[in-house]
Write a protein that binds this ligand. Structure first.
Ligand SMILES: Cc1ncc(COP(=O)(O)O)c(C=O)c1O
Length: 391
């Protein structure tokens, strides 16, 4: 019988604090990019432990600007994973470069570093891994390859706040990192993103590009006597963040460690209760990629993804998710491998069968409810529901 309470897969963790902060910005009448955005950038950089944080309108914009700053364009190749949201490869496509997919490791679901070098050609300019679900990928392994082949390391860190790798926050390692503050992320501004880098050079290029290539934004101009004057310094984009978003981001940043603590606790409960279930493979909490150097990671637990051992079940993954839904537990699937979409097949010539590990995982993965708005009781209801269905 269905349990009564609906358990949502994901919900933003927002309350009166965000409502008040956003209200104050609106009341101030300075509602686009301004002092709140600057404050959010500064606090974010301090939190991550990185020199520059540059706020933008989305992670997709952050990825695009990072690629443009690295001078990636027509005819170039960027190595990435097919097991991601389309935004990762889409941003590569914006520049005219080709996304070159490398299959994933079946345990971590992160890019398989041992398979990267065979895909490097004279056209390869960058490696863009995703820290899938919030599990840091084999960064040392990738950095070694980047160094040897003189490639730029741009990480798609959409899932990876506040993940850590060898004691450093994701976003403070490598050349450029792109974060997402979309509605369901660990830190949300509704829509939004951030680029982090320790490079003064990359920061100086990206800064004006976020707003039409202007040398001064409206806030910088109004604090100056020549309010109307600006130079167009470079080719730019309309990718700036607003102070309304930044006000929300500042509140979310204050709560980030607390919400991560809750996610960690829930991940531990899931692991304790589900790792013994024969038909389920629970996710790796640390990068166990046996190919790279051993690293200590902190998972962000943006997603908690189990893999069903479907050969041992009478139902398939879709039927399992439907059965969970019938019992008021909402689940999801991350992701449909990009090479299975008609667009990627038509534009880049990929086809089914190209990345067997990604396809195998896709048939089996289930993302369970995971967000700080759930109670411990909710987590046990999810576990109980799974066990009942599998029985
Ligand atoms: C791995 C990955 N990269 C990029 C994005 C795009 O983020 P945004 O919606 O902020 O552009 C997402 C969105 O969920 C994502 O999952």
């Amino acid at each position: 019988m269905a349990q009564n309470r609906f358990i949502p897969f994901s919900r933003p963790w927002v309350d009166e604090t965000e409502i008040e902060a956003v209200g104050e910005v609106i009341a101030s009448k300075w509602i686009s990019t301004g002092p709140k955005t600057a404050e959010f950038e500064q606090r974010f950089a301090e939190y991550i432990g990185v020199k520059h944080a540059l706020a933008v309108s989305s992670c997709t914009a952050a990825l695009h600007l990072s690629l443009v700053a690295a001078e990636i364009g027509e005819g170039d190749e960027v190595i990435t994973t097919p097991y991601t949201f389309t935004a990762t490869a889409e941003a590569i496509g914006y520049t005219g470069a080709r996304p070159v997919f490398v299959d994933i490791h079946p345990l971590t679901l992160n890019i398989d570093v041992s398979k990267i070098e065979e895909k490097i050609t004279p056209r390869t300019k960058a490696i863009m891994p995703v820290h899938f679900a919030g599990l840091p990928c084999d960064i040392d392994g990738i950095l070694d390859i980047c160094q040897e082949h003189e490639l730029v390391f741009i990480d798609d860190a959409a899932h990876a706040i506040p993940a850590e790798y060898n004691g450093h926050h994701i976003g403070s390692i490598g050349d450029l990192s792109a974060f997402s503050f979309y509605a369901n992320k660990n830190l949300t501004t509704g829509e939004g993103g951030m680029i982090t880098t320790n490079s003064d050079y990359f920061a100086s290029i990206i800064k004006p590009m976020r707003l039409h290539g202007l040398d001064k934004d409206a806030w910088a101009r109004q604090s100056n006597r020549s309010i109307w004057y600006y130079e167009v310094a470079s080719q730019g984009y309309k990718y700036n963040m607003t102070d309304i978003q930044a006000a929300m981001g500042l509140c979310q940043l204050m709560k980030l460690d607390k919400q991560h603590e809750i996610r960690r606790k829930y991940a531990q409960i899931y692991e304790a209760e589900l790792s013994e279930v024969r038909e389920i493979m629970t996710p790796q909490a640390e990068d166990l990629n046996p190919i790279g150097k051993q690293a200590t990671s902190v998972h962000s637990w943006y997603l908690y993804i189990i893999q069903l051992q479907t050969s041992q079940l009478k139902i398939n993954r879709d039927e399992f998710i439907d059965a969970m839904g019938d019992r008021n537990v909402e689940c999801s699937v991350h992701y449909i491998p990009l090479h299975l979409f008609a667009f990627y097949q038509k534009r880049y010539g990929y086809q089914e069968g190209d990345f067997p590990n990604a396809e195998f995982a896709f048939q089996r993965v289930v993302s369970l409810p995971m967000h700080p708005g759930l109670t411990e009781e909710d987590i046990y209801i999810v576990i109980d529901t799974i066990k009942k269905i599998l029985r």
